[in-house]
Design a binder for this molecule. Structure first.
Ligand code: HEM
Length: 143
């Protein structure tokens, strides 16, 4: 890997932190123990900061692969999807964080909250898949 590429060093953090947050939100919904809620909130907040860092580093790395993008319309298209989804996802998790932080969902709304969070994590898995395609299919960042 080229040392100039910083995005691959960062991306594991939002993925692991948001997935960890889902686990602890589920544990909270199941056990009703505030410890799980607090842990989930920390993971969720840190994951959102890491998501912002992933966006900044992604924009940085995008400039380094411009030559390859000019040659392949498909690679360009997949990168556009990857970039858009990153911004939508980070915004979505930020909104959920603001909701959870200021007004923790009451019992009835908890299932809705966890379901929305799980939908975000499913989209995050797809986001990782698109990132993987960029590297392993179009070889971005490998030359
Ligand atoms: C939530 C935010 C993001 C996540 C979780 C994410 C995730 C990933 C993953 C998992 C990879 C494959 C890395 C590897 O296997 O080495 C990747 C590659 C890549 N992503 Fe992202 N990404 C995000 C945002 C962005 C944004 C906003 C851009 C800007 C255009 C971007 C541009 C790239 C590029 C150019 C690559 C291939 C070269 C490289 O790794 O530097 N990403 N991304």
């Amino acid at each position: 890997m080229n040392i100039e590429f910083i995005h691959p060093l960062i991306v594991h953090f939002p993925i692991a932190l948001w997935m960890g947050a889902l686990l602890f939100y589920l544990l909270y919904a199941w056990r009703d123990d505030f410890f799980y809620w607090e842990t989930a909130l920390w993971l969720h907040g840190l994951g959102t900061l890491a998501g912002i860092a992933a966006i900044i580093s992604g924009e940085h790395d995008e400039e380094l692969v411009e030559e390859t993008l000019e040659k392949s319309a498909l690679a360009h298209n997949v990168l556009e999807q990857h970039e858009t989804l990153a911004k939508v996802l980070t915004g979505f998790f930020l909104l959920l964080f603001i909701w959870a932080f200021w007004k923790p969902p009451r019992r009835g709304m908890r299932a809705v909250f966890v379901l929305l969070f799980a939908v975000g994590v499913a989209a995050l898995v797809y986001q990782g898949h698109l990132g993987g395609r960029l590297v392993f299919e179009f070889l971005l960042g490998t030359q």
